[in-house]
Design a binder for this molecule. Structure first.
Ligand SMILES: [Zn+2]
Length: 231
């Protein structure tokens, strides 16, 4: 019985390792679980309300993070986009309109991703290669498009639900503390005029530091290039 159990455990481990590196090729949920590194990621900016507050806090705490911006809000928040990049954070792609792409064609998704990249490129002169789908929903068409564009999809393995208006700051903190492990990618938000993320982050930073975690950007956590490089 014991032997069977051991064999079963071994098979489970082998299966997990293989499914992680093959089935999810180019879709990242987390980094190396052997290292104490974690990545804070913020979706749904840019804006001139919650984003500057989070940037102030990160600056004060000397933390670099990764931001997935919505293309259509980039031009009207040019200064905030520049500031995010200039302060050493990654500026990445969260589509142009943040729509649900469940039934969207490859053409639609291609133009959504390209337009967001163009908006970023027009201001910063860089082209992101990391994409996070709106609502974290990945369709078959999306997988094909991302592959054709030679980009990667980055999701997360920690979601404290700071986006959910029903969740309190305490709930977000408790959930993030429970879910975070070595190599975690943490989903947070800079939604306009919403302070849950900021309030939770203020308490989570000292918690993570006490646990010995080091904050890094996604390129370091996943050991990949975040922007197109000249070939
Ligand atoms: Zn989003």
């Amino acid at each position: 019985m014991k032997k069977n159990f051991k064999l079963f455990s071994l098979l489970t481990i082998v299966f997990t390792i293989f499914s992680d590196s093959f089935a999810n090729e180019k879709i990242y949920f987390h980094g190396d679980s052997q290292s104490k590194k974690i990545a804070l990621t913020f979706d749904d900016g840019p804006n001139d309300s919650s984003l500057p507050k989070i940037l102030d806090l990160l600056k004060e705490e000397k933390i670099k993070a990764s931001f997935f911006f919505i293309g259509k809000n980039i031009l009207s928040n040019k200064e905030e986009v520049k500031r995010t990049y200039d302060e050493g954070h990654l500026v990445l792609n969260h589509s142009y309109t943040h729509s649900n792409f469940n039934t969207a064609s490859q053409e639609t998704i291609t133009s959504e991703i390209k337009e967001a990249n163009n908006a970023i490129n027009n201001i910063l002169g860089i082209t992101p290669t990391l994409y996070r789908p709106p609502y974290g929903i990945i369709t078959e068409n999306e997988k094909i498009v991302v592959k054709n564009l030679e980009m990667n999809i980055v999701l997360w393995n920690v979601d404290g639900e700071d986006w959910n208006i029903k969740r309190s700051v305490d709930y977000v903190i408790r959930t993030q503390e429970k879910e975070t492990k070595n190599g975690s990618i943490i989903l947070m938000h800079t939604q306009p005029n919403k302070d849950t993320s900021y309030e939770a982050l203020k308490k989570l930073i000292p918690y993570y530091r006490n646990q010995g975690y080091e904050f890094v950007k996604l390129d370091e956590l996943l050991e990949i290039e975040p922007y197109e490089t000249l070939k």
